[in-house]
Design a protein around this ligand. Structure first.
Ligand code: NAP
Length: 251
């Protein structure tokens, strides 16, 4: 069965992406830790659209979590992989909860790398798409989120590099970076946990777009021939060529 994998599908952007891809007729594999939320989303999507939704309960921040999820995907033909699961932390570097920072790197960087590389290894000669969710914080640093932004710089540069190498080598697989700006979700709540900076964090309340709007932008990026989709200051989607410097080394 052909299906789209969406990690972090139990809330916010991942949940909205699930509805967006289902509305376009794609079967889904939705993954996160909260089974109850995933089950509700599965039921609702299957009652509204003629698609199949598979639920995978998975903690991607723990050792071996991403490998286990990938192994469970073997029975599916993954036409799109969306690495969306991630979280932030609004705190100055010297005030950060170290355990939270480590889990953030494990989820935002380590799990995304494992899933992306295993997908590229198995599917690079197939017409499929890898869509990794970075952030505008993947292109600009914010003082109260330097560690989070660094994880997203990684996501952006890693995915852009994959996109360029796949194109250089004439491979049919595509890799794309989605860089959302402030988007309504549980992100701000989770980024403000554990004694970090209180309030809205980086942006005023009226700066936020809905997760549904962002999911429409993600679908536009998916359908386009561009590798990068950045939500700009006016909350518009800008589709772009890769931004990070890239050199093709003769070998
Ligand atoms: N919202 C924004 O303003 C914004 C802006 C730029 C980029 N982003 C990025 O967008 C992505 C989605 O975030 P969101 O805004 O939709 O926030 P969210 O509502 O908090 O969603 C985060 C998702 O990640 C999942 N998740 C968290 N820890 C996990 C773990 N250990 N293993 C597996 N799944 C885990 C959560 O599900 P469970 O708790 O059920 O596991 C949830 O489904 C993130 O990568 C975030 O960095 C968000």
């Amino acid at each position: 069965m052909k299906a789209v994998l969406i990690t972090g599908a139990s809330s916010g952007i991942g949940k909205a992406l699930s509805y967006q891809f289902a509305a376009h007729g794609h079967n889904l594999v939705i993954a996160a830790r909260r089974q109850e939320e995933l089950d509700k989303i599965k039921q609702d999507i299957e009652s509204r659209f003629s698609v199949k939704v598979i639920v995978k309960v998975s903690d991607l921040a723990i050792d071996g979590g991403a490998d286990r999820l990938y192994e469970e995907l073997r029975e599916f033909d993954i036409e799109v992989m969306i690495n969306n699961a991630g979280f932030g932390d609004f705190a100055m570097p010297w005030e950060m909860d170290l355990a939270k920072a480590q889990t953030m790197v494990d989820l935002n960087v380590r799990a995304l790398t494992t899933l992306s590389l295993r997908y590229v290894r198995d599917y690079s000669d197939t017409q499929v798409t890898l869509l990794n969710v970075a952030s505008i914080g993947g292109y600009t640093q914010f003082d109260i989120a330097v560690t989070y932004c660094a994880t997203k710089f990684y996501v952006a540069s890693f995915t852009e590099g994959l996109a360029q190498s796949l194109m250089d080598q004439g491979k049919p697989m595509r890799a794309k970076v989605l860089a959302p700006g402030p988007t309504e979700s549980e992100f701000v709540t989770h980024s403000s946990e554990k004694g970090a900076i209180e309030g809205d964090g980086l942006f005023p309340e009226n700066a936020f777009i809905t997760a549904e709007q962002l999911a429409q932008y993600a679908y536009q990026l998916f359908e386009s021939d561009q590798a990068v989709g950045i939500v700009n200051d006016e909350n518009q989607l800008e589709l772009k060529e890769p931004i990070y410097p890239y050199v093709q080394v003769p070998h």
